[in-house]
Ligand binder design. Sequence first.
Ligand SMILES: NC(=O)c1ccc[n+]([C@@H]2O[C@H](COP(=O)([O-])OP(=O)(O)OC[C@H]3O[C@@H](n4cnc5c(N)ncnc54)[C@H](OP(=O)(O)O)[C@@H]3O)[C@@H](O)[C@H]2O)c1
Length: 422
Amino acid sequence: MNIKWGYNKMKSIAILGYGVVGSGVVEIINNNVEKLKEKIGEEVKLSKILVRDVKKHLNKPYANLLTDNIEDIFSQEVDIVVEVMGGIDPAYGYIKKFLNLKKHIVTANKDLIAKHGEELLNIAKKEGVRLHFEASVGGGIPILRPLSECLAGNSFNNIKAILNGTTNFILSKMDKENMGYEEALKIAQELGFAEANPESDVMGYDAARKLSILSTIAYDERVDWENMKVEGIAHIDEEDIKYAKKIGCKIKLLAMSNKENEKVYASVRPVMVDEDSSIGKIENEFNGILLDGDAVGQVMFYGKGAGKLPTASAVFGDILDIIQNKKDKIMAFNKKQASIEKEWNHKSKWMIRVKTVNRHEIMKELGEFGKCHFEMNAQGVRDEVMALVEVDSEDMLNQKINKLSDFYPVDSIKKIMVLGDN
Ligand SMILES: NC(=O)c1ccc[n+]([C@@H]2O[C@H](COP(=O)([O-])OP(=O)(O)OC[C@H]3O[C@@H](n4cnc5c(N)ncnc54)[C@H](OP(=O)(O)O)[C@@H]3O)[C@@H](O)[C@H]2O)c1
């Protein structure tokens, strides 16, 4: 396969990284050369591909373009640099330097954008070049551009989303095949849905970084992920799943933010959602994003949140935007930091599991909540109270939980929010 030369208008593209996404980007560029020529009269040329270890990639297309020396790319005539190597360093330094050299950047790197997005966008603006990062949230799902362009006439005050395919795959397996967390994680790793070190996914950090980018754009205020409540799924067990099923719910790692009275509640946490709701129906490695706009109402974006070609599809869309010289609406992250709340201070239901030998006292205490429904737990489990309680706020619930553990011998207390309308 060969990208042809010979047109007057020629855009030269360098790619940093030739792994899952980088290989997809090369494939999609290659498949679309003719279409680009026909539709917009532009020809693209791959100039260099940066990797760590050239030897690993010699059997891939364009092996003649490989380099392990970034200076080879700094010194080239390049129009667009695609960063798909991942991580903060050295990607951050490289992108800064390319922007200062007035090169347009396309990146899929949510870690980098969540941490340095504001600074990099400002440099891009100063240098008169573009920094696009559609693939950093929702992989192949177009969401950032629709949010900042097609939906620009809306104010948003609510985002509910499944932004991590790995954890959704694990929770789907646990739900459908009655598997434990460890077994489901192992299958996800064998199928390539989870990395050997799954920490960033299962602890919720990956989803939190994406929610930070999404909320920052939606609310036009900086919503830093370090200030959010972030809870992963490693502690979810078969009993939680059974209990969720009993009340017609599924457990999902929900990325959720809500803007109200100049404050933003933002969290990534396991939540029980109605199994028939739009979020409840998102299964396996799929992602979904539900937005509430004041003009458009509720809109949902759904699709593959990761993978070679889905992610490369979003990267290619960004490249095309730059080639077509479309005006970039996400010119800067607003500098103003949002005031972030970590607790859900709205009336809602919670599933509570208290491991204790003092079952009667705990039931009496929990019974003081106006609305409390006790549930039988697994047969033979005698040291646990399981209840569904309704409270006015998470603050109130936390106070009660602290009181329980101060006054009674309690081994552990678990709480999972049950989300009403979704
Ligand atoms: N995978 C997905 O489905 C997906 C979805 C959305 C977003 N993303 C984002 O896309 C980016 C790339 O992900 P990926 O899955 O494609 O990663 P990957 O498969 O691990 O590939 C990374 C590539 O970058 C190269 N690289 C890494 N560090 C380098 C360094 N210091 N110097 C030179 N080359 C270096 C590697 O070279 P070697 O091969 O020689 O080591 C490899 O070719 C990440 O930011 C990720 O978060 C990925």
